[in-house]
Design a protein around this ligand. Structure first.
Ligand code: ADP
Ligand code: MG
Length: 244
């Protein structure tokens, strides 16, 4: 569903990622690791067409990202859910309102504000709140929640958009270990239950090892590891986290 061949990505005139060759299949749970500044966020954001393609071949969900039209880009973005630290939830609205608003792609907040939901939407929202284990707080305002709870709302909200892929940029970096573990477990459950592909940048190697089926190691703009965590030797870890 995602294919990168000899891909060079970057900003304006600056090339950041070089010669990236990756194939990602439906249903994978991938962790991208590497030091700060390696290019992890650039790689992730390239998948939603947010990054300049200099060279190579790049297909995402059947769209050629090298010269994608605006209309196609907006169709592509509807199939991708994004979660990052400090994800923008509407604080003064309830958990439920935030989750339902994830379904309203054309008029994002309008109907959420007047709280006009169809039965079908409510049923779906309930299902997603249950899977992220936040339903008992469904009527609380989001500003009453902890960081981990907010991140779980963000996952439910992303799910409400019926995505084929969920991209998470360091979703647990600001959380305590217990909340971080819970968020990773929820992402895994979502991946297994719905077959949604999850690609997550993770600062902490241990979480990537524990939860991801496949790890991609990025260092200084190059993918230097792509495999199962069991193949990740101490030597490779050292190489991935080396900075100049
Ligand atoms: N908007 C931008 N414009 C120009 N350079 C950027 C931009 N965002 C990131 N970079 C540069 O791209 C490189 C990789 O950054 P990033 O993808 O954020 O790394 P990571 O997520 O691994 O920390 C860094 O050198 C950074 O300075
Ligand atoms: Mg980053």
């Amino acid at each position: 569903m995602i294919s990168m061949k000899k891909l060079t990505l970057g900003y304006k005139k600056e090339k950041i990622l070089h010669d990236v060759d990756l194939k990602i299949e439906k249903g994978e749970f991938i962790g991208i690791i590497g030091p700060s500044g390696a290019g992890k966020s650039t790689l992730l954001m390239a998948i939603v067409g947010g990054i300049k393609v200099f060279d190579g071949k790049f297909d995402v969900l059947g769209y050629n990202l090298k010269n994608i039209k605006k209309k196609d880009l907006s169709s592509l973005r509807k199939k991708i859910g994004i979660i990052f630290q400090g994800y923008y939830l509407v604080d003064r609205l309830s958990v439920l309102d935030n989750v339902v608003s994830g379904m309203l792609k054309e008029i994002p907040m309008a109907r959420a504000i007047i709280k006009y939901y169809k039965d079908k939407e409510l049923k779906k929202a309930k299902e997603f709140m249950e899977i992220v284990d936040i339903e008992k707080h469904s009527l609380k305002r989001c500003d009453e929640l902890s960081g981990g709870q907010r991140q779980r709302v963000a996952i439910a909200r992303a799910l409400a958009g019926d995505p084929e892929v969920i991209l998470a940029d360091e979703p647990i970096s600001a959380l305590d270990p217990k909340s971080a573990t819970k968020v990773m477990k929820v992402l895994k459950k979502v991946n297994k239950t719905y077959g949604v592909t999850v690609i997550s940048n993770l600062h902490h190697l241990e979480y990537a090892k524990d939860y991801c089926d496949r790890i991609i190691g990025v260092n200084n703009g190059t993918v230097i590891f792509d495999g199962h965590s069991s193949e990740l030797t101490e030597e490779l870890v050292e190489k991935i986290y080396t900075t100049k």
